[in-house]
Every structure is written in C-alpha cells, then in structure tokens.
Design a protein around this ligand. Structure first.
Ligand code: GDP
Ligand code: IMO
Ligand code: MG
Length: 415
C-alpha cells in the first residue's frame, strides 16, 4: 500500500495527484478526516471538488473505499454521490464504505459552532463541519458508526445521542434532522463493509492500494500546531489505523507540497506574508478554500517545516505543486531556519511557535519569469526552477518525482 499525503497545512493538491496516480492502482482509500476536506480535480475543462469520496472515482477501473478512520456526514456524502452520478459516473459499484466509520450528526455541527464561539479570539477557525465533536464522541465511546444504521434499534440509539448533545447546547437550538435521516436511508443502499477484512484480502491477493490523506501533516492532532489542528492523525501512521492495515504493508509515501505555503484558519504560520506579495500569491494561486470559500493565508515555502513533515512521514517521494504560480515573481524566498526572540537560530518547528515569537530566516532565489504551464519534462523547465527544486531535494534528502505546472491532469511532469 502506497500513501499520498499533504506535507503542509492542507490544500496542497492531493485531489489532483491522486487522480493522476490512480491508473497505477486497483484501489483508492480515504483513511481519515471527513467533509472538512475539499479535494479538487480538473480534467477535460471540468472541475470537481470531492469532500468524502476518494479521488479515484473518476477513473473507470478503480475501486474506492472510505475507511474506518473517516467521519461521514450522510447528507454531504449522498449529495456528493448524486452530483458525481450526474456526470455519468457509476459510483455505487465502485465505492465501498466502512461499517466502522463514525457518523457526523446534525448536532455535531452545532457543537462545533458552539465550541468555536466559546473560544472567541482563540478559535481554531474550523470548517464548521462537526469534525472535532464527532471525533470527540468516537474517543469518548459515545459515537454512532455507519454499521449502526443497519441495526433495528438505530433510531433509539440516534435519539439517545441527539438528546445528550441537546443537553449541552443552547436551549433555543433547533434541529431539523429530516434531511439527515433521509440521507441515512440512502446510505443504507451503499456497499457497507468490514473494511479491514476487505482491504487485507486485497493486499493478500496482490491488489495495489493508494491511501489518500486529507488535510496536511501540520494539522495532525499530535504533531501539528496544536491546538490549531484538525482532530485526526493526518500523518502516514493514520493510514494504518484508518484502514486497518499493518505498518509493514506501507510502501511508497508520496509527500505533496506547494512551491509556497498556505493555511486556512488560525494558528502559527512563520512565513506568512501579510503584504502585497501575499495578496499576489493568493490571487495567482486562486487561494480560496475549496470547502468554505475562505481566503487562504499565503507565504513563502518553509523548508524547516517541510523537513519536519518529511521526517514524520518517512516520505520516499516528494511532489511539488503549483510551481506555475511563482512564474512571474522576480525573487522567490525560502525559509531555511527560524530566529528566536533571543536571536538564536533553530532548525526545527518549536513546541509553541507563536509563544517563541520566531522569525523566518530566508534564502533568496532568482525567479524564472517564464510561463511553465506547457512544460512536460524536467529538462524543459527553466534553470532557475530546476535550481529551486534541487535545493529542496538537498535540504530534505528526498527526490522530487512529480512537478505540477497547472491544475489539469495533463499539466504534470513525471521525472
Ligand atoms: P487538496 O485539498 O490537497 O486536494 O487541494 P485543493 O483542491 O483544496 O487545492 C488545490 C487547488 O490548486 C485546486 O484548486 C487545484 O485545482 C489547484 N491546483 C492543483 N495543482 C495545481 C498546479 O500545479 N497549478 C495550479 N495553478 N493550480 C493547481
Ligand atoms: P484538505 O483535505 C485545509 C483546517 C481548518 C482549521 C483546522 C480545523 O482539503 O487539505 P476542522 O474543521 O478540521 O476541525 O478544522 O483545520 N482544515 C483544513 N485546511 N485543508 C483541509 O482539508 C482542511 N481541513 C481542515 O481550516 O484550521
Ligand atoms: Mg482542499
């Protein structure tokens, strides 16, 4: 099993790369996160954003599975399936859903909003999809799972959890759950499986699996910039627990990063640019959230953070995205170390980046100032961009095997 995951704060371009790599695999599997994810895929002048369905769905021959580590909002999943079906794709025969994946209830969204409101200025800036409260219920052993919808007493269990949630919420909170319950009815018609048995069977019979991460490594609940993180393990290890696959089965780890950095929501971002350059990156890169439409915070590439996430995932192959967004810059900067308030240089991501008041130390590169979107081989790329890539390889110790030069499937250089 190979794994594809984001090495920054999400939105690195995982959807595009999974779609590009899918023809090499029999199965694409989502292992964590939920509808907080927004994975964009562009082909034949069409664009689509996937939230819960794995990004292999647009390739006829691939099977797709939603693993036990994922949290599912039935309304969002069913809406997504209907929209993909309208494009003429046979989703149901190519999609399997884990019995052990947890359900996002309508009240989980309300709890998410209430938690953010209570935090005030310190809010996480969540996507508001109920992700944190759903994983909280999972860990607290209160959650409802997809397999529960097949039980005769499902409604009683549902109402018990709903009442427990309502007792925590503002007494004026109103919940209209008719759409949710009807989406659950539709969810019952999908192929609901014991994913750990199915996936291990595939591995034994020699099928190839690509595990698709959501969010990014710096949003990992254990190793990201806590508490400004998501509520799941986004690192490679999460692919094992989120699918029921032992670590010994992990093969290649494809780490995806943008040629610069973005972040949505609150939390430390050492290389953030709050100036015209940041605005220019946002404009040229169309950096607005695929799920919430929020403007993404933008800044230069952070090699210190990248080295950390390469280490934490044991990345075997790097993939650089959105290189074309830097086409028109005359100077490009890369953060190679942080300077603390005391003037000390450090080369790791500190426990509390905001408290430490760190400042990035930059190395400058000459921009290539050439349109690279039609380049299809490494040798065609301008020398300045090749130098930039070689520097990243030296700093991380990992080869950049794919360079993306545009959002479309074919705007991709494979080395
Ligand atoms: P994901 O969440 O990691 O799948 O990434 P998103 O889909 O949220 O954000 C990536 C955005 O960049 C999408 O709008 C993609 O269509 C777009 N994109 C992906 N690769 C490239 C690229 O190489 N160049 C440009 N200009 N856009 C890209
Ligand atoms: P993809 O898969 C970027 C961020 C939110 C917030 C924090 C917690 O498209 O890369 P949550 O709703 O998960 O409780 O929010 O995590 N976040 C993402 N940022 N891309 C994502 O997904 C994200 N999913 C969550 O903005 O800061
Ligand atoms: Mg996204």
């Amino acid at each position: 099993m190979d794994v594809v995951l984001g090495l920054q704060w999400g939105d690195e371009g995982k959807g595009k790369i999974v779609d590009v790599l899918t023809p090499k695999y029999d199965v694409v599997a989502r292992f964590q996160g939920g509808p907080n994810a927004g994975h964009s895929i562009c082909f034949q002048d069409k664009g689509f954003v996937l939230h819960t369905v794995p990004s292999g769905i647009f390739r006829d021959d691939s099977l797709n599975i939603i693993g036990n580590g994922v949290v599912i909002d039935p309304i969002i999943l069913m809406d997504e399936i209907h929209a993909i079906e309208q494009m003429g794709v046979d989703v149901r025969s190519h999609l399997l859903v884990s019995k052990r994946a947890h359900l996002i209830l309508p009240t989980h969204r309300l709890l998410d909003a209430a938690s953010e409101k209570a935090k005030g200025q310190n809010k996480v800036g969540t996507t508001g999809k109920g992700i944190g409260p759903t994983y909280t219920d999972k860990i607290a052993r209160n959650g409802l799972r997809v397999g529960d919808i097949l039980r005769v007493d499902f409604l009683a269990r549902y109402h018990a959890l709903l009442s427990a949630h309502l007792s925590l919420l503002d007494p004026d909170s109103e919940v209209d759950d008719s759409a949710w319950l009807s989406a659950v009815e539709q969810l019952r018609q999908l192929q609901i499986v014991d994913n750990e048995v199915v996936v291990n069977g595939w591995l034994q019979s020699g099928k190839t699996i690509l595990a698709e991460g959501a969010q990014g490594s710096l949003l990992d609940v254990d190793f990201g910039s806590y508490p400004f993180v998501t509520s799941s393990n986004t690192l490679c290890a999460g692919a094992c627990t989120g699918l029921g696959v032992a670590p010994a089965h992990v093969g290649n780890v494809y780490g995806i990063f943008k040629a610069y950095c973005t972040r949505v929501g609150s939390g430390p971002f050492p290389t953030e640019l709050l100036d015209d350059t940041g605005d220019r990156l946002r404009q040229l890169g169309h950096e607005y959230g695929a799920t919430t439409g929020r403007p993404r915070r933008c800044g230069w590439l952070d090699i210190v953070a990248l080295r950390y996430t390469v280490m934490m995932n044991a990345v075997t192959h790097l993939i650089m995205m959105k290189s074309d967004v830097l086409d028109s810059f005359d100077t490009i900067k890369v953060c190679v170390a942080y300077k603390t308030k005391e003037g000390k240089l450090i080369d790791y991501f500190p426990f509390d980046a905001d408290e430490e008041g760190i400042e990035p130390v930059y190395k400058e590169f000459k921009g290539w100032q050439t349109d690279i979107t039609s380049c299809r081989s490494f040798d065609e790329l301008p020398a300045e961009l090749r130098d930039y890539i070689i520097f990243i390889e030296q700093q991380t110790g990992v080869k950049v095997c794919i360079i993306s030069v545009g959002p479309n499937r074919d705007e991709t250089i494979i080395r």
